[in-house]
Design a protein around this ligand. Structure first.
Ligand code: CMC
Length: 427
């Protein structure tokens, strides 16, 4: 049997054979289906792109039904156990695990770029004392494009590599400055003797000590969280990165847009929303009442459900283990019992089971971040740091893809017919 789809247009009685490849038909193949010569041709209508593959990608594989996540073919469980964030970033960007020498060079190159231009401090100081750090983060990432005008030369491979290294290196520094700004503390310069996450903890939490020494459990926990968040194929913010990048904007500007998409409570803002929800519930005794409200459609169980995963999010399983390790150091987050009870009830309740709603990565990550001393507002920033690797890998892949053009969807126009302008006096 040929791999084609035969479509009968009942409006005209005509038949069309459309090729099927990789489980898809090309939307542009539908354009030939017309009722007459003036007809524009058939389009697909897919609000929120729920059933549209917008690209071919070799970066991240997800099987949502079986709860599988792999970066470049490496299972997330193995990366979380054995890898570091910087090595994982290399895997995403370069397609395979690095040799020892390649990893050393890559680590050195990224570490060289952790400093921020001094003017960034002045820029950040202009924000109000209570500015949300994610607003500060995304504005600063966008502002970096003005510091590096040659980043516009996106087809120069060497420059692209340089700006990728800069972005990966500088996002923790920006995030830490944003945090120090909101807490009214002096900004801490990077300590390049420390690991990627160790240095990040240094920039966040160093006070008067001559040398900051990160707690190894917390340093590793952050490493694991960063690995888990590094990429997730065509999610909302990655779609924004690709969409902005498709106009050939520089990577700093495109990433500012991607970070803005991540800010929303349905995406990177979800773990902040989970914590607010847990605080609002207040005690285990109130959980059943809250679930009732969710089932009545009055509110959502934040941290549950996913567009792609229709079984337990594999990242949530790893995070639960990391949470136990972190709580050994920090003491248990008092909200954990409420979260466990919510999960217990939801996993038994037909409302959630029938809709295949399971905990996602954000259900427990916020509890860890809070136990480590982060304010809720920092959670989406903590998501953005590792996702930088994924955004940039996806952006580069898009630039190299000869089928990609400027992203420009169609619409179904539902507005008024042509009408004449009426002067103010006659309206
Ligand atoms: N609580 C209660 N009901 C829910 C939830 C939830 N968290 N999520 C989905 N539903 C229901 C929804 O009401 C609908 O029910 P019905 O069929 O009766 O109308 C059904 O499940 C399908 O939901 P949907 O909104 O069509 O699903 P979606 O694929 O558009 O939404 C989602 C995916 C993640 C936005 C959604 O599940 C949600 O809002 N979850 C809470 C927010 C959250 O945790 N987001 C983090 C996602 S993971 C991190 C990331 O990728 O950024």
């Amino acid at each position: 049997m040929p791999d084609t789809l035969t479509i009968t247009d009942n409006r005209t009685g005509r038949q069309y054979d459309v090729p099927v490849a990789d489980g898809t038909i090309r939307a542009m193949d539908l354009r030939q289906i017309k009722v007459n010569e003036e007809d524009f041709g058939l389009m697909t209508y897919d609000p929120a792109l729920q059933n549209t593959a917008s690209c071919r990608s070799g970066i991240t594989f997800i099987d949502g039904d079986r709860g599988i996540l792999m970066y470049r073919g490496y299972p997330i469980e193995q990366l979380a156990e054995h890898s570091t964030y910087l090595e994982t970033a290399y895997v995403l960007l370069h397609g395979k695990l690095p040799s020892a020498a390649a990893l050393e060079t890559w680590t050195e190159q990224v570490t060289l770029h952790t400093m921020l231009h001094e003017n960034i401090k002045h820029l950040m100081r202009a924000f109000r004392y209570n500015a949300h750090p994610m607003g500060v983060f995304l504005s600063t990432v966008g502002a970096l494009s003005t510091f590096y005008p040659d980043a516009k030369q996106i087809f120069d491979e060497g420059l692209r590599e340089l700006h990728i290294q800069r972005l990966i290196a500088k996002t923790p520094s920006i995030a830490a400055y944003a945090y120090r700004h909101m807490t009214g503390r002096f900004y801490v310069y990077p300590d390049n003797d420390l690991s990627f996450t160790g240095n990040f903890l240094n920039m966040l939490f160093k006070m008067a000590e001559a040398k900051y020494r990160p707690n190894p459990t917390l340093e590793r926990a952050l490493e694991v969280l960063f690995i888990l968040h590094a990429d997730h194929e065509q999610n909302c913010s990655t779609n924004a990165m690709r969409s902005i990048g498709s106009s050939q904007a520089d990577p700093y500007s495109a990433m500012a847009g991607a970070a803005a998409a991540l800010y929303g409570p349905l995406h990177g803002g979800a773990n902040e929303a989970v914590l607010r929800m847990l605080e609002q519930i207040g005690s285990v005794a109130n959980v059943a009442g809250f679930i009732k409200r969710v089932k009545a459609g009055e509110t959502r169980l934040m941290g549950f459900g996913h567009r792609v995963y229709k079984s337990y999010d594999p990242r949530a399983k790893i995070i639960k283990k990391t949470a136990d390790e972190v709580f050994e150091v920090t003491g248990k987050n008092p909200l954990l019992d409420i979260a466990l009870e919510l999960e217990r009830i939801a996993l038994e309740d037909d409302y959630f089971v029938s809709r295949k709603l399971y905990p996602n990565v954000d259900f427990y990550s916020g509890l860890i971040y809070q136990a480590m001393g982060f304010p809720l507002e920092m959670f989406s920033v903590l998501f953005a740091i590792p996702r930088t690797a994924g955004w940039l890998a996806q952006w580069e892949e898009m630039l190299a893809d000869s089928e990609q053009k400027i992203a420009r969807p169609r619409q179904i126009y539902t507005g008024s017919e042509q009408r004449d302008y009426v002067g103010m006096g006659e309206r």
